[in-house]
Design a protein around this ligand. Structure first.
Ligand code: PHE
Length: 371
């Protein structure tokens, strides 16, 4: 029930006290309900409007109605109330203007029927997701994980991997070198690693055989970005060195890994190739996952494998005995294999992505599809 000014008939001090208390309590309660400037104007007018505001009614219903002997006392009380009403109305305005809460807890003003705020969870980046998947395939085979620095020396990136001094990969055309290295001997000069193979050397320096490691990481090449090239990309390196490791072990391991990554119907083919640090070397091809290895799709040549039915995926080979010489392994006693695969390349095939730049542009519309 909203407060209405009572018509006083009893003007005793006790009756006046109680009427004043009631009025002040209504004043406070209504003030607490004021939440906006509009509310406040209504509040102010209700209490202070010349015409029919509560104060005006006090004049009529209390003061004018008071019998002679009570007039003075009622007049004083009405005056006091006037001051209090004015003060409270002002204070109410100050409160809503400063944005403070109206004495109600903020939680009480929360409208729980409003729809909630959607806070989307981040998605793992497709490159990292693919890299983790590759690593986990090899972890399940008993491999452990090793990492190495992205800023490498010429020694680890090239020399210890049996690259001859004037190999084209050592040219600034292909490799990003750190500036100001000229005063150092060649092997100590710093560069951005062009592959994860230097981690092979770092691992063999600190571990004796048997070694079974995978080395995921970022690599850099002096390539202009386009749909199939990026100056930064990722590789996963693998290295297994033990007694009596043969090319058959290499084939079996990579065939298993490709089936684990692309499905059990995928076939692999080992094609002769060359790397300075493996001998013999091979490129691994998988049967085209788009045309099932047929070379034709939708009545025409398959564009993904250029109608060959095969897609080239990674490099590998048996560790070149010269490499063992750099890490103090005895090539007469141990043998091993190594492989290196491009993570983006595998992600592109797995997810049917047609432009490598999508991985690096940070467009959430692309990235959220991998959530
Ligand atoms: N490091 C080679 C590359 O980046 C790949 C590779 C790794 C080849 C290991 C053989 C053995 O192309």
């Amino acid at each position: 029930m909203p407060y209405t000014v009572p018509k006083l008939t009893n003007f005793s001090a006790a009756a006046l006290d109680s009427a004043v208390r009631e009025l002040l309590s209504a004043l406070e309660q209504e003030s607490a309900m004021v939440a906006s400037e509009n509310d406040w104007k209504i509040y102010r007018d209700r209490w202070m409007a010349r015409k029919n505001g509560v104060l005006t009614q006090l004049n009529d219903l209390w003061l004018k109605a008071a019998p002679g002997p009570s007039k003075k006392e009622v007049g004083q009380r009405v005056n006091e109330l006037k001051g209090k009403v004015e003060h409270t109305v002002e204070a109410t305005l100050a409160r809503i203007q400063s944005g403070a809460s109206s004495g109600k807890l903020a939680a009480e003003r929360l409208d729980i029927t409003l729809p909630g705020i959607r806070r989307p969870l981040g998605a793992e980046h497709p490159v990292i997701k693919t890299m983790n998947e590759i690593v986990s395939v090899f972890r399940n085979l008993g491999y452990s994980v090793e990492e190495g620095p992205e800023i490498e020396t010429d020694y680890y990136n090239f020399e210890a991997l049996n690259f001859p001094p004037n190999h084209p990969a050592r040219d600034t055309q292909d490799t990003l070198f750190i500036v100001g290295q000229e005063s150092k001997v060649l092997r100590d000069r710093l560069l951005l690693r062009t592959h994860t193979s230097p981690v092979q050397i770092r691992t063999m320096e600190k571990m004796k055989p048997p070694v079974r490691v995978v080395c995921p990481g970022k690599v850099h090449r002096n390539d202009a970005p386009d749909a199939t090239h990026s100056p930064i990309f990722h590789q996963v390196e693998g290295l297994a060195v033990d007694t009596d490791i043969t090319f058959c072990d290499l084939k079996g391991t990579l065939d298993h890994a490709m089936k684990a990554l692309f499905g059990s119907s995928v076939k692999t083919r080992f094609y002769p190739s060359f790397f300075p640090f493996t001998e013999p070397s091979a490129d691994v091809q998988i049967s085209c996952i788009f045309c099932g290895g047929k070379g034709t799709r939708d009545g025409g040549p398959c564009r993904n494998c250029k109608a060959s039915g095969w897609i080239e995926l990674l490099g590998c080979g048996m560790v070149d005995p010269n490499v063992y010489g750099f890490v103090d392994y005895d090539p007469a006693k141990v043998s091993g294999f190594a492989f290196g695969m491009g993570v983006e390349r595998i992600a592109i095939l797995k997810y049917g992505v047609d432009d490598i730049q999508l991985f690096f542009n940070g467009d959430v519309r692309f990235l959220e599809q991998f959530g």
